[in-house]
Design a protein around this ligand. Structure first.
Ligand code: GSH
Length: 212
């Protein structure tokens, strides 16, 4: 498999974690967002949306990290990243969706570029924008964990699930935007637990070949 990705992209980071948790080896193919390689025709041939990541498996080109992660779960069911009970699966997916649908998309680079260029936002305003939406998502995430008796060392129970796969990269990104994490003690503990696992350590942006 080939993973077209970028070290600092949190959707790429999600995929690296999921692949590592499933024990799948992959070739790291850099799509450098610093040089706008994702806007080039070569990459758009692969993914017309011009966003990372994309995963190539045999003749299949898979795009959109939620779809790719669900595909991985179906193709490589062990270890499972979703609980077996449908209601529990829905709870785990809801946590993941807070990040995947409601936080990440509005803090993505192209949105921040639009704020800078079309709405004259300076860096302080951009950081405030990011902090606002990250905080709103993390407040809800923290409260849902507080209410869930099955919240354990990880978001759900004592092994990582889809919720952790989405949460850890978003916490990394929150740090980059200098969001103070002290307000979310449960999230911090889960992040520490994730950080103890090799699958998460090997997926970290700082250890990727293009990190810089
Ligand atoms: N919903 C997509 C979003 C992908 C996405 O937004 N990727 C970002 C990096 S995290 C990107 O390629 N950004 C480039 C840009 O905004 O110009 C997914 O989950 O795969």
């Amino acid at each position: 498999m080939k993973l077209y990705n970028f070290f600092r992209s949190s959707t790429s980071h999600r995929l690296r974690i999921a692949l590592n948790l499933k024990g799948i080896t992959y070739e790291y193919v850099l799509v450098d967002l610093r040089t706008d390689q994702h806007h080039g025709s070569d990459y758009k041939e692969l993914n017309p949306q011009g966003l990372v990541p994309a995963l190539v498996s045999g003749n299949d080109v898979l795009t959109q990290s939620p779809a790719i992660i669900e595909w991985l779960e179906e193709r490589y069911p062990t270890p499972a990243l979703l609980p077996s009970d449908p209601e529990e699966r829905a709870r785990v997916r809801a946590l993941a969706a807070i990040i995947g649908c409601d936080v990440h998309p509005i803090n993505n680079r192209r949105i921040l570029d639009a704020l800078r260029h079309d709405f004259a936002a300076d860096e302080a305003a951009v950081n405030r924008w990011c902090a606002t939406w990250i905080s709103a998502g993390f407040d809800a995430f923290e409260e849902l964990l507080a209410r869930d008796p099955q919240h354990g060392e990880f978001c759900f129970g004592h092994t990582p699930t889809l919720a952790d796969v989405y949460l850890a990269p978003q916490i990394e990104s929150a740090r980059r935007f200098k969001v103070d994490l002290a307000r979310w003690p449960r999230l911090q503990k889960i992040d520490e637990a994730c950080g103890r696992l090799e699958a998460f350590q090997k997926a970290a942006p700082s250890v990727q070949p293009d990190a810089g």
